[in-house]
Structures are given as C-alpha cells and as structure tokens.
Write a new protein. Structure first.
Length: 280
C-alpha cells in the first residue's frame, strides 16, 4: 500500500508530562476538607437523586450526535482554555485545512500556527497529529475488514483503501464502552475526557467524560478526585442514555454555582447532598 511520506503514528511524551503536571496542580489547587463520606456511600440511589435535582434546576438535556473526528479535534483544542478560544481555534484550523487528513502531512508549526488561539499550540498540534495518524491507520484496517466481508458475500473485488482514505471512526460503534475507551486512550494525546467525549457525544455510548468542573464537584461532595473512579461510579449508576445530559448539567452547575473560587454554596440545589457545603 502506498502511503504519503510523513504519515505515521509518531511517538511523543510531551502529553505525559502535561497530564502529570495538570494532575499535581489539580490535587494542590484546593485543599479537600476531611469528611466521613466514603465511596461506598455514593449509592446508585443517591447519584440518581443528584441527577434529578440537577434536571429540575437546569432542565432535561439531550445530545445530538456529532462527527467523531470533529469531537476529537474540538476536545483536544479545549484543554486548558475556554469555549471562545476553542471555537476560534477550530474555525481557523478548518479554514486552513479543508480535510482533517491534510493534518497528517502538515508540519507541527503549520498546525500550531492555525490553532494558536487555543493556547499551548505546539503541544496540541502534536496531540492532534498523533491521534489523527493513529485513527487514519485504524480506518484503513477497518475499511479493509469491511471490504473483505462484502467480498465474501458478493464475490466481487473492490478498490482497496489507499493514501486518500478518509479517517473513519465507525469501528468504535462495534465495540463496548470499555473496549472503545481503552483503544482511544492507547493513543498518545487522548485521555479519559477526550475518549469519553467521543463515545458519548458522537456514538451515544454510556461513557462519562470528566472535566475540571465535574472533578471539582465530586471532590467537594464526596472527597473523590480520581477521574477514572468518578467515571466508573457514574457509569454504574446513571442510565447510559442519560449520561450525556447529566454531564452537561454538572458542567453548568460547576460554572454557575460550584465555582472554583467563591462557590455559591448558599444557592446550591445540591447543598443537602454536599459535604463541602456543610463544612464551608
């Protein structure tokens, strides 16, 4: 198979250092007050009660499926910045590169310049290229597999996927949440949040993305800070079809009420469920 020179799954360790530094910062940014609440006390009934309280406060939210590659790109751009900067960087990126596949052969400097409004542009450029490159090769394998199945059924040959193959993430739809997330997180640059955003917003799977707002809420309410534990607890308690809406309502609550600085505990609909509110 002929493939454009320069396309490949590059190895890069910058993202590891960034995630480590970010984890240290999050752990030190806010002192967690000791409480008697344990993970065993976060029952399915309690989480569902919190879900219903947030729905009463912010409404029932539904998610419309988005293009998975766009979700991937937007989520990587969103790291450590606000929505306005992320949107501006995404618009500049798609204006410069008409197809996501063009990023595979673009230089890191070209990509970084296009997404500079999102901040950390060099780090994010490498993450984008790593992720899209790995998914490009996975797309080729998936399309070959699909063509092989059709060939066995219809007994005719088809054109094999080549260097102009589009990045196709439909193969994730055939995996369980755990399998798909494990695959995505094996790609340098894709962490729990990015993987779960893709599965939740683009495939409607019961994967729960944990961002800084949600992590802060769970840290204050339950003294739990570890992202994977938070995701596991929610995924075991909330119906898969409601996870997206729960995620969005938690983020809205984190922005409006459970803020990083000066949280409005006296106005919080979850005050009766929150250990932090009782000790602040």
């Amino acid at each position: 198979m002929s493939v454009k020179r320069g396309i490949g799954p590059p190895a890069d360790s910058v993202w590891l250092n960034m995630r480590y530094i970010q984890a240290l910062y999050l752990c030190q940014a806010e002192e967690v007050k000791e409480t008697k609440i344990t993970e065993e006390q976060i029952t399915e009934e309690r989480l569902r009660r919190i879900w219903r309280i947030l729905e009463s406060a912010y409404g029932h939210k539904t998610c419309h499926r988005k293009d998975p590659v766009e979700t991937l790109v937007r989520t990587i751009l969103s790291h450590n910045t606000n929505d306005r900067n992320c949107d501006a960087a995404f618009k500049d990126l798609v204006k410069k590169f008409r197809r996501y596949e063009e990023l595979l052969t673009a230089s890191d400097d070209e990509i970084a310049h296009a997404i500079r409004k999102a901040g950390l542009s060099r780090v994010k450029a490498k993450r984008l290229k790593n992720a899209l490159s790995a998914l490009y090769y996975a797309s080729i394998c998936y399309q070959k597999h699909q063509q092989h199945k059709r060939h066995k059924q219809h007994k005719h040959s088809e054109k094999q996927p080549g260097r102009n193959t589009a990045i196709d993430m439909r193969f994730l739809d055939e995996m369980s949440v755990e399998e798909a997330r494990e695959f995505l997180m094996s790609i340098p640059g894709i962490g729990q949040k990015t993987a779960s955003c893709i599965l939740c917003f683009s495939f409607g799977k019961g994967a729960f993305p944990v961002d800084t707002h949600i992590q802060r809420i769970f840290r204050r309410m339950f003294s739990i800070n570890e992202v994977n534990r938070i995701a596991h607890i929610v995924e075991m308690s909330i119906p898969p079809e409601e996870i997206c809406g729960f995620h969005l309502n938690l983020i809205e609550h984190g922005r409006k009420i459970c803020r990083a600085r000066n949280p409005l505990c006296d106005k919080c609909a979850l005050r009766g469920e929150c250990a932090f509110a009782h000790t602040s």
